[in-house]
Design a protein around this ligand. Structure first.
Ligand code: MN3
Length: 239
């Protein structure tokens, strides 16, 4: 025979068990990110492909954790907005003013994070020509006074960027090259420019290998720029 006290305890335990059982699926449903519409592009090379300049551990965490989180959070932001889900992330970022105010900051931050990293992976490679050529080189010489001068100005911009952000080579509406910096995950796309080349200057991009030595990270970047896709984007932008 159970006492009244035992019966109350049993009832409480049963209620709690039921509450846990019914709560669990809805907690999962809230925390599991929607599978789309945006997806994490695979790295176009192995994690260790850019060693010793960018280390494998940083590449793995940077792509699989940081970039993945921007994609997941972008998907959360656009959930329930069917019209936005049909657009590319670049289209969203080019027209931020058209995004509902309630999710505009989330799209700017996480959409920016997705688009910026997607470009960043594309413009890196080992054992490719270390300098631009052709029409892009001509434009760099005209704008910056030579490739070395460009490299110097870009490196100084990266070293001097306060906090977290990105350094860019872009093309403006008049088809002129620009050197730009943006804070956080902002992108020159939102200012009407076409990004060609970019460098992630968030600490998560270099801290494991370079700690506070950001200039060494920037110097390493210049050894592994893949200029072919940069030149292709330039030629398309000025066509
Ligand atoms: Mn990053």
């Amino acid at each position: 025979m159970i006492t009244r006290r035992q019966a109350i305890k049993l009832a409480a335990a049963t209620t709690a068990a039921v509450a846990v059982a019914t709560a669990t699926p809805s907690i999962l449903a809230q925390t599991a990110p929607p599978a789309g519409p945006f997806t994490l592009p695979p790295l176009p090379y192995g994690y260790d492909a850019l060693e010793p300049f960018f280390d494998a551990q940083t590449m793995q965490i940077h792509h699989d954790k940081h970039h993945a989180a921007y994609v997941a959070n972008l998907n959360k932001a656009v959930a329930g907005h069917e019209d936005l889900a049909k657009k590319t992330v670049q289209e969203l970022l080019r027209n931020l003013k058209d995004i509902p105010e309630s999710i505009r900051t989330a799209v700017r931050n996480h959409g920016g994070g997705h688009a910026n990293h997607s470009l960043f992976w594309q413009v890196l490679a080992r054992d490719k020509p270390s300098e631009p050529k052709g029409a892009l080189l001509d434009a760099i010489e005209k704008k910056f006074g030579g490739y070395d001068a460009f490299k110097d100005q870009f490196s100084k911009a990266a070293a001097g960027l306060f906090g977290s952000g990105w350094v860019w080579l872009t093309v403006d509406a008049n088809k002129h090259l620009l050197l730009e910096i943006t804070p956080n995950q902002d992108t020159p796309l939102s200012a009407g420019r076409t990004p060609l080349l970019t460098l992630d200057v968030w600490e998560h991009a270099y801290y494991l290998k370079y700690q506070n030595r950001r200039p060494e990270y920037v110097a390493a970047f210049f050894k592994i720029i893949h200029w072919d896709p940069v030149a292709e984007k330039f030629e398309k932008a000025i066509a």
